[in-house]
Write a protein that binds this ligand. Structure first.
Ligand code: SF4
Length: 253
């Protein structure tokens, strides 16, 4: 029986490794699922990728186990352009495009499926904190949370990460945790992506033009956001004032 710790590089999963060590719990492997946007571009933004590199060194020094970075057989972009051939699907013959906001294909194909394969027949440790009862339903005999077992709260995890140089930039800057192309991200996060990573934004616009599914569940596209941000830049609309999409549609650029 193997014991596997699954980490996201968030404060809870990193502090979990310390709890495992302090309480001498068995541990054979530490794994992380690396989602890839394309073959060359990861789903995490560069500050997060840098942090992971640094954290990997600290983890190896502290616990003597290298973090295994696992990836799905296909990238986000490859699934995006996969042609749906489900007999009953109303999208038969069309590419997947952006995931639906509810029931998305990305999490299961790019992350959960990869973890399920590696965790088969193993005991898996996951970073659920002792004060997160809404997540306890994910725990079972084969999915354990050392943080819950030994009473570590989110605040304790954060404090431990801070004092061990293991606090991810998602807690200290406006950097987003999760994929930079995520359809669930906020307007502010999209604005930062557009401003700070124009090459990623251009790729998102290309996908947007090809997708049979709108980027946002309410029908808004990346092109809508692009127009909005461009109007903000030109001072035509203010990003501070209450925003209405109709203001954009009636104002030519
Ligand atoms: S962060 Fe967003 S895009 Fe990435 S797997 Fe999760 S839901 Fe999908």
């Amino acid at each position: 029986m193997q014991y596997i710790a699954s980490i996201s590089y968030g404060k809870d999963s990193l502090a979990m490794l310390e709890v495992i060590k302090r309480h001498c719990l068995p541990l054979d492997r530490i794994v992380h699922v690396e989602i890839m946007a394309t073959k060359d571009i990861p789903a995490d933004l560069p500050p997060m990728m840098e942090f992971k590199k640094k954290a990997d060194k600290i983890i190896l020094d502290k616990y003597g186990i290298p973090v295994e970075h696992l990836t799905a057989s296909h990238t986000y972009e490859e699934y995006f352009y996969y042609v749906c051939n489900g007999k009953k699907s109303r999208n038969r013959g069309k590419i997947y495009g952006f995931p639906l906001q509810k029931g998305n294909w990305c999490n299961s194909r790019l992350k959960v499926g990869v973890l399920d394969k590696v965790q088969k027949g193993a005991i898996c440790y996951i970073g659920i904190a002792a004060d997160e009862p809404r997540r306890f339903h994910a725990l079972s005999e084969t999915k354990r949370s050392p943080l819950v077992e030994f009473g570590w709260t989110e605040e304790m995890c954060r404090a431990w990460c801070e004092s061990n140089d293991l606090l991810s930039p998602i807690y200290t800057t406006a950097a987003r945790g999760g994929c930079w192309f995520c359809h669930n991200q906020s307007v502010e996060q999209l604005r930062l992506l557009c401003k700070n990573y124009p090459e990623y934004w251009a790729l998102l616009l290309k996908w947007d033009a090809d997708s049979p599914v709108s980027f946002k569940g309410n029908g808004h596209t990346v092109r809508d956001f692009d127009k909005r941000f461009s109007m903000e830049e030109q001072g035509i609309i203010s990003k501070d004032k209450k925003f209405h999409w109709k203001d954009i549609n009636k104002t030519p650029l």
